[in-house]
Design a protein around this ligand. Structure first.
Ligand code: FCB
Length: 441
């Protein structure tokens, strides 16, 4: 059980749970088009056991029962995402079945008193757009804008909030420089272009949605605290660079209309011509910002080409992902983001949680480590609020076990256990802990 209760948080503070389309829906259904994740998973060596999102949790058919679980636990909000390839299988042409699905899903949330918090893009780019260069192609800004108009033209009237992009760093750097996520590129120029274009696409989608009269618009940034491996000046510089390209770059572009000097120096030659002219769009005003936070990295300098550093193992307890549990990073990011970038804008923790090797024993899943993780990170949120940061909500990742990208179905992040053969759902102890806290029992 948690020691927290609702009364410890500000009035109207939102508690929610998050998921994403490709990770839960079952992409094989409903006339959805092929995505870069289908292609990436079908290429040997990219994903554990070459697993893909074809069936996933079959949420496409079971969404009502899944929303019942959110309602029963007492959550206020549901952060979900809209699959571009479901709504527009070739990235450009609407699919009525896809639009109908999100329409039904929206109404089902409202029927249960859940605030719909949409994210437009959570990584499943239609393959047809990748054929045209994907995030390397500047035209993606207009393509995302068109997608935003199509899906929000259908459900935008009922959204509580809309975010453009989930995790800019993952879309750009993890997927085009490190090659760990689709489309699996390892190319400094592709990565730099993607870094800029993902922001340009974000700003374009914001402008389009404002043009439609939508409000409460934001974006979701992932942040990972960077700790120098030792006291040397070299380690400090390596950690500062990591912090710049992981954390500062995207919020600096979106809120301050500039990129960090270290990155302009290192990557400027790869940025598109006249990139500075795009900041008017990139920094289109937002109504709120979301932070996804999981862990920190310990950064040590290395020889070799840019960025000349590596992550080394840290001393703290680790999750099933091997990620250190470091709640202070969440507190410090909330404080720093408000101070340096967002000022009085509402901040939301849009993802936070841990993977655990959960097993069902006598019909129960005793995920005490996850309860402790949530407890310590909710504490970090309270500390940030006490420091004056306008944090207005917390969304746990995730409602249920799902497709954990390159790690397939092996890593379980859910508050609800999913048997990926029978598709049976079993609420874990962490779900019961939220239920007790949120219902005040
Ligand atoms: C985040 C992603 C989410 C999930 C969690 C564990 O980076 O947004 O889809 O994979 O990590």
């Amino acid at each position: 059980m948690f020691t927290h209760n609702r009364a410890d948080f500000p009035k109207d503070f939102l508690f929610g749970a998050a998921t994403s389309a490709y990770q839960i829906e079952g992409h094989a259904h409903g006339g959805a088009g092929s995505t870069i994740w289908d292609d990436f998973a079908a290429t040997p060596g990219n994903v554990v056991r070459a697993e893909h999102g074809g069936q996933a949790c079959d949420h496409y058919h079971r969404y009502e029962a899944d929303l019942d679980l959110l309602q029963a636990a007492g959550f206020d909000a549901y952060r979900f995402s809209t699959s571009w390839a479901r709504v527009m299988p070739d990235g450009r042409t609407p699919n009525p079945e896809g639009l109908d699905f999100y329409d039904r899903l929206t109404d089902a949330m409202l029927e249960r008193g859940l605030k719909p918090c949409a994210t437009l893009y959570h990584w499943e780019l239609p393959s047809a757009l990748q054929d045209k260069g994907g995030w390397r192609n500047r035209d993606i800004a207009g393509w995302l804008g068109d997608f935003a108009e199509t899906i929000m033209g259908r459900i935008g009237d009922r959204m509580y909030s809309v975010a453009t992009i989930n995790e800019f760093w993952c879309v750009a750097f993890l997927s085009h420089f490190l090659g760990h996520h689709a489309p699996g590129m390892r190319d400094i120029r592709a990565a730099t272009r993607a870094m800029h274009h993902v922001l340009l696409a974000h700003g374009t989608a914001i402008e389009r949605m404002r043009g439609m009269g939508l409000s409460n618009l934001g974006a979701v940034f992932n942040m990972e605290w960077a700790t120098p491996a030792d006291d040397s000046a070299e380690a400090a510089e390596a950690a500062a660079l990591y912090d710049d390209y992981y954390n500062h770059f995207y919020v600096s572009g979106a809120f301050n209309g500039r990129y960090p000097d270290r990155l302009v120096a290192a990557l400027g030659a790869h940025l598109p011509d006249r990139w500075q002219d795009d900041f008017a769009t990139i920094s289109a005003p937002l109504d709120w910002a979301g932070i996804n936070y999981y862990t920190r990295s310990i950064i040590a300098p290395t020889d070799g080409p840019w960025p000349r550093h590596t992550s080394v193992e840290g001393p703290l307890p680790k999750t099933q992902m091997g990620w250190e549990v470091y709640p202070d990073g969440l507190r410090d990011f909330l404080i720093r983001t408000a101070a340096d970038y967002t000022g009085d804008l509402p901040l939301f923790v849009t993802e936070n949680g841990m993977a655990n090797a959960d097993v069902i024993t006598n019909g129960q899943v005793q995920d005490d480590a996850r309860i402790a993780y949530f407890e310590s990170h909710l504490n970090a949120v309270k500390q940030a609020i006490a420091a004056g940061v306008p944090v207005q909500g917390y969304m746990a990742w995730s409602l249920m076990d799902n497709y954990e990208w390159a790690l397939g179905y092996e890593k379980r992040f859910g508050m609800v256990h999913v048997d990926f053969d029978s598709l049976e759902r079993t609420p874990k102890a962490s779900w019961h802990a939220f239920k007790a806290m949120l219902n005040g029992t």
